[in-house]
Design a protein around this ligand. Structure first.
Ligand SMILES: *[C@@H]1O[C@H](CO)[C@@H](O)[C@H](O)[C@H]1NC(C)=O
Ligand SMILES: *[C@@H]1O[C@H](CO)[C@@H](O)[C@H](O)[C@H]1NC(C)=O
Ligand SMILES: *[C@@H]1O[C@H](CO)[C@@H](O)[C@H](O)[C@H]1NC(C)=O
Ligand SMILES: *[C@@H]1O[C@H](CO)[C@@H](O)[C@H](O)[C@H]1NC(C)=O
Ligand SMILES: *[C@@H]1O[C@H](CO)[C@@H](O)[C@H](O)[C@H]1NC(C)=O
Ligand SMILES: *[C@@H]1O[C@H](CO)[C@@H](O)[C@H](O)[C@H]1NC(C)=O
Length: 372
């Protein structure tokens, strides 16, 4: 009897070993990797082996409690770090940060998770296209739209990819510009303008249902983590960019930002923050756009900084839409009531309000256009 049990346990552990073994074969099967020829295959196998060594060394330190996050095999395990970095395509924004201080006297809650409040769509997958900036932009629009209109919609990254002329499609873009495009042209839902992982010709959306507009973007004061916490705690999911060079092998835990810089190259969405009870560390809860099979089911966590400036440049160019509207905002001179917190403003129609001056200008404009 004991013998049979032993044999059974032996086979179960053998099976577990086979399933969890980090072999290149398993990796290829799991992530459906196909290589063009044999030399490419050999090259990828070598890179994979090197990465695996790094992952195992890191995880040994993790088990000793020396680091706070785990590494593992994921879809990027056959890339060199240079190749991975080339895939990260958020650009540094040349736009003014447009600092806006939240004048709210409210303090943000100790913790928040906008997923629990229904303001976050499913994790999406940008695929091989460097469109993180578009996913970060839709993320903050989706969250704030849900807060204002009570409906969670998934907006179109493809429209941003095709139509935001300030971006270079899959070779990168800037969330602030994307939000300015949405101020000008509005954005459709993803179902009506679906994601195809490459930049195509911009579709004319003139006769179509455009779901969301904003007025502009609001920038969080640079390098002020307290201000980012206020925005995430009181407004909703906020777009953030950071230096992602070192998260290639991240699989779980709280990324501690060791060795990263403030040179941002990847845009994601801050959907909350909390304190890890075991280690008493505050962390950001970040939604990535690399599919459900990356990180903690598509998400990752990163510690707050000790100096309050944010790690890896995470508060360098954070932003969110300046108001959420379902029709184009013509007036932007009259927004005194409309701080970034406009999503929670008590005047929901503020965006549709057109001042007398603007009416006069509009009528004059029409008259002039038709040469009356
Ligand atoms: C294999 O594919 C790689 C990548 O496309 C290419 O650079 C290389 O020349 C190919 N090698 C052979 C032997 O065909
Ligand atoms: C889109 O179509 C409308 C009318 O159908 C036209 O007036 C407009 O110029 C078009 N826009 C672009 C960018 O082609
Ligand atoms: C928009 O609708 C008008 C009138 O129905 C039509 O003439 C025009 O071609 C449409 N434009 C586009 C871009 O579909
Ligand atoms: C961040 O902004 C707050 C105002 O909300 C200010 O009191 C604080 O000094 C700023 N912190 C840093 C690190 O600049
Ligand atoms: C940080 O950089 C140092 C020096 O280059 C290196 O020894 C160390 O392994 C790096 N740590 C991580 C987590 O990348
Ligand atoms: C947790 O950290 C905070 C600030 O870093 C500190 O004030 C607090 O005393 C710590 N709590 C525990 C239980 O260690």
């Amino acid at each position: 009897m004991a013998y049979a049990l032993c044999v059974l346990i032996f086979f179960i552990s053998l099976l577990q070993f086979a399933l969890t073994e980090n072999s290149f074969k398993n990796f290829q099967v799991q992530f459906r990797k196909k290589y063009v020829n044999n030399s490419e295959l050999l090259l990828r196998e070598q890179i994979f082996a090197k990465n695996l060594e790094q992952i195992e060394q890191h995880n040994a330190r993790f088990r000793q409690g020396l680091v706070t996050y785990e590494m593992g095999v994921n879809k990027f395990s056959d890339l060199t770090s240079e190749e991975f970095q080339a895939f990260l395509r958020a650009k540094e924004s040349p736009l003014p940060v447009q600092e806006k201080w939240l004048e709210s006297t409210e303090s943000p809650p100790d913790s928040i998770d906008w997923r629990e409040l229904g303001a976050v769509t499913e994790v999406k997958d940008q695929g091989i296209c460097g469109a993180c900036w578009a996913f970060s932009a839709t993320g903050t629009l989706e969250g704030l739209y849900q807060q204002k209109y009570g409906e969670l919609l998934s907006f179109s990254e493809q429209q941003l990819l095709d139509c935001d002329s300030s971006a270079v499609g899959c070779n990168g873009g800037i969330v602030q510009y994307a939000l300015q495009y949405v101020a000008e042209s509005g954005l459709k839902i993803g179902e009506e303008y679906p994601y195809v992982q490459e930049k195509l010709t911009c579709q004319n959306t003139t006769n179509q249902t455009v779901k969301v507009y904003t007025k502009n973007y609001v920038g969080i004061p640079s390098y002020n983590e307290t201000e980012l916490k206020k925005a995430v705690g009181l407004i909703g999911p906020i777009s953030v960019a950071f230096d992602a060079n070192l998260i290639q092998h991240y699989t779980a835990g709280i990324f501690d930002g060791t060795n990263c810089t403030n040179n941002v190259n990847h845009a994601v969405l801050a959907v909350g923050y909390d304190i890890d009870k075991e280690s008493n560390t505050s962390y950001w809860l970040l939604k990535n756009s690399w599919g459900l099979d990356w990180g903690e089911e598509g998400y990752f966590r990163m510690t707050f900084s000790e100096d309050g400036k944010g790690l890896c440049g995470i508060v360098r160019q954070s932003c969110y839409p300046d108001g959420i509207f379902n029709s184009k905002v013509i007036d932007d001179s009259d927004d005194s009531d409309d701080s970034g917190g406009s999503v929670t403003t008590s005047k929901p129609n503020a965006g549709n309000f057109i001042s007398l001056n603007k009416w006069i200008a509009l009528i004059l404009g029409v008259l002039l256009k038709f040469n009356f």
